[in-house]
Unconditional design. Structure first.
Lengths: 116, 115
């Protein structure tokens, strides 16, 4: 059973550039959430996608956007990169039954983004 | 807004001994989930144990157990018979039982296991 996968593993960008991170959910999961984890801190919720729509969003600027595809995979896009965007970006998947989200998120290994 | 606080940035335990990691949270919701996740240096976040707020019985998973005190909004993790492989960053997380389920994490506790 394939778990949550993310690509790429590492990424180095310069300020002002744009980046796209990718996530494939665990088999059978239809909901994808994205988190930003700064060094030495806990993950911060960015947003969640279900049925190809953004369902909930954390306190992140519009520079952070996303997309979910019909196969449930997802992308996180960050525009106009700032030094402070350097972090580990985690994808988590789960399964939504009706309107009730199942109670466990499974995380991918993350993408380490460095902005120079 | 919900908050999760882990007051112990670092903890240390001798191999085979028991250690307890603390977590408190703040919420106005009555129905929610609580989780402990483990993040080894390889960085993959792994679920350790979960607790549903409406269940009075404390969750257990092999050597891992929780002490859930709903009125005190406390959710501590006890690791018994600690092993070298338990060394990692441990995160406490809260999630309301609604249709979106955004998780709020604490800042983590780094656990060192001494041989």
């Amino acid at each position: 059973d394939a778990g949550v996968t993310q690509s790429p593993t590492h990424l180095i960008k310069t300020r002002g550039q744009q980046v796209t991170l990718r996530c494939s959910p665990k088999s059978g999961h239809d909901t994808v959430s994205w988190y930003q984890q700064a060094l030495g801190q806990g993950p911060q919720f960015i947003f969640q996608y279900y049925e190809e729509e953004e369902r909930q969003r954390g306190n992140f600027p519009d520079r952070f956007s996303g997309h979910q595809f019909p196969n449930y995979s997802s992308e996180l896009n960050v525009n106009a990169l700032l030094l402070g965007d350097s972090a580990l970006y985690l994808c988590a998947s789960s399964w939504t039954s009706g309107n009730l989200l199942t109670d466990t998120q499974y995380f991918g290994p993350g993408t380490r983004l460095t902005v120079l | 807004a919900q908050t999760v606080t882990q007051s112990q940035p670092e903890m240390s335990v001798q191999e085979a001994e028991t250690v307890t990691l603390s977590c408190t949270y703040d919420t106005s919701e009555s129905d929610y989930y609580l989780f402990w996740y483990k993040q080894p240096p390889s960085r993959q976040m792994i679920l350790v144990i979960r607790q549903e707020a409406y269940k009075q019985q404390n969750a257990t998973e092999n050597r891992f157990s929780v002490n859930f005190q709903k009125a005190a909004k406390s959710f501590s993790l006890k690791i018994s018979d600690s092993q070298l492989g338990d060394a990692a960053m441990y995160f406490c997380a809260y999630r309301p039982r609604d249709n979106a389920g955004k998780s709020t994490f604490g800042d983590g506790t780094t656990l060192t296991v001494k041989p």
